[in-house]
Design a protein around this ligand. Structure first.
Ligand code: HSE
Length: 382
């Protein structure tokens, strides 16, 4: 099967090279931005790809919703199989792409969009056929894991850790999506869509790591905690879906603490299987390219869809779960929280809340920030 590649950045170069040594797959044209075509295999128009009868599949690794959606739709309408690493695209337009793929008898797979090299969505799409997935998620962003690890274990400052993650090819073109938790949120949206046939698009919460200071990192370390950015999804008791991202503190010795550098740890809890954990590199050229190639091989094996026909958009309900939170904030706002304990430090206070839902915690944080209060919070995990 000849594969056209859309995008020739960090991942695109990896996909193209891997195609050159893959059995059953063949290098096709590569779409690059106008003005960038400097080799016979590079083209600047999607038309050249969709009208080429020798192209059987299109692998999109350019990122962003547009023009990726227009190109994906054109490829599927031409009956080409479509695989992508683009979580922004699938989170925003995955339902439409699923319908187009069904209509035109083409495959639509996006295992590379969540977990980098970790085969999380691939396994989830198999597990959901035989088991009931109670909850899912984990460490799903390589950039922030790299940064948190560097800040806590190596005492690196935030700016240097981010610059390193960018240099190593882990971060998005605009790293705001990584550090704000939006990238991980998109990934948990996709995982819920695969596991529950429901893509949560409203009521979502994401708190990233931008508000964590070196003093926060040192304080948590001194208390024996390691901070990780966790994406969590699952089913509430009433059957609604929850989906949110936030920093979580873990006691040393908990498996999440041993997830270092750009690694991801993806988990799901099956009613029959129990807890399943997958760990590997969540970002970077070769891990992500390997996931794209895995999807292309799945197409060769006859796998056509990760989203089932019934999959639709829903609102998330993040008000049911309750947990304790660590919060660092200006002392004048401390009374907004019912606290288990509070540790004053000049004008600042570090407190542990009584049980709160993510919806309540994120809302309070938004209110305090709107009034000029700088605050960092993290759920207290295992
Ligand atoms: N920026 C993403 C990450 C790339 O750091 O996880 C892989 O999805």
């Amino acid at each position: 099967m000849k594969v056209a590649v859309l995008g020739y950045g960090v991942v695109g170069v990896g996909v193209y090279e891997m195609l050159g040594r893959a059995e059953g797959l063949e290098q096709g044209p590569v779409l690059v931005r106008p003005g960038k075509a400097d080799a016979p295999f590079k083209v600047t128009s999607i038309e050249e790809i969709v009208s080429d009868p020798t192209v059987g599949a299109v692998a999109e690794v350019m990122g962003g919703v547009e023009p990726a959606f227009t190109y994906a739709a054109a490829a599927l309408q031409a009956g080409k199989h479509f695989v992508t690493s683009n979580k922004a695209l699938v989170a925003a337009r995955g339902i439409e792409l699923k319908a187009l793929a069904e209509e035109h008898g083409a495959a639509f797979l996006f295992s590379a969009a969540c977990g980098g090299g970790v085969p999380f969505l691939h396994n989830l799409s198999l597990a959901r056929e035989s088991d009931r997935i109670r909850s899912l998620g984990g460490i799903l962003n390589g950039t922030t894991n790299y940064m948190l690890d560097a800040m806590q274990r190596l005492d690196m400052d935030y700016a240097q850790a981010l610059a390193d993650a960018q240099r190593l090819g882990y971060a998005e073109a605009d790293p705001t999506a990584d550090v704000s938790g939006l990238d991980a949120l998109r990934k948990i949206m996709l995982a819920c869509a695969v596991a529950y046939d429901r893509l949560p698009t409203e009521g979502l919460l994401n708190e990233g790591i931008e508000n964590m200071t070196a003093a926060d990192a040192a304080h948590m370390k001194s208390r024996g905690y390691t901070c990780r950015l966790l994406a969590r999804g699952g089913l509430n008791g009433d059957g609604s879906v929850y989906a949110f991202v936030e920093p979580v503190l873990f006691r040393e010795g908990v498996p999440e603490c041993s997830v270092l550098e750009n690694y991801n740890m993806a988990k799901y809890e099956g009613a029959c299987s129990g807890s399943i954990v997958l760990m590997g590199q969540g970002a970077g050229r070769w891990p992500t390219a390997s996931a794209v190639l895995r999807d292309l091989n799945s197409v060769l094996l006859g796998h056509r869809a990760m989203l089932r026909p019934a999959c639709c958009r829903v609102a998330a309900d993040n008000g049911a779960l309750e947990q304790l939170y660590y919060v660092r904030l200006p002392a004048r706002f401390a009374e907004r929280f019912a606290a288990e304990s509070a540790e004053p430090d000049g004008d600042t206070v570090r407190l542990v809340t009584k049980p709160l839902s993510p919806a309540a915690m994120h809302e309070l944080a938004g209110e305090i920030r709107a009034q000029g209060g700088e605050l960092f919070f993290a759920a207290i995990g295992g």
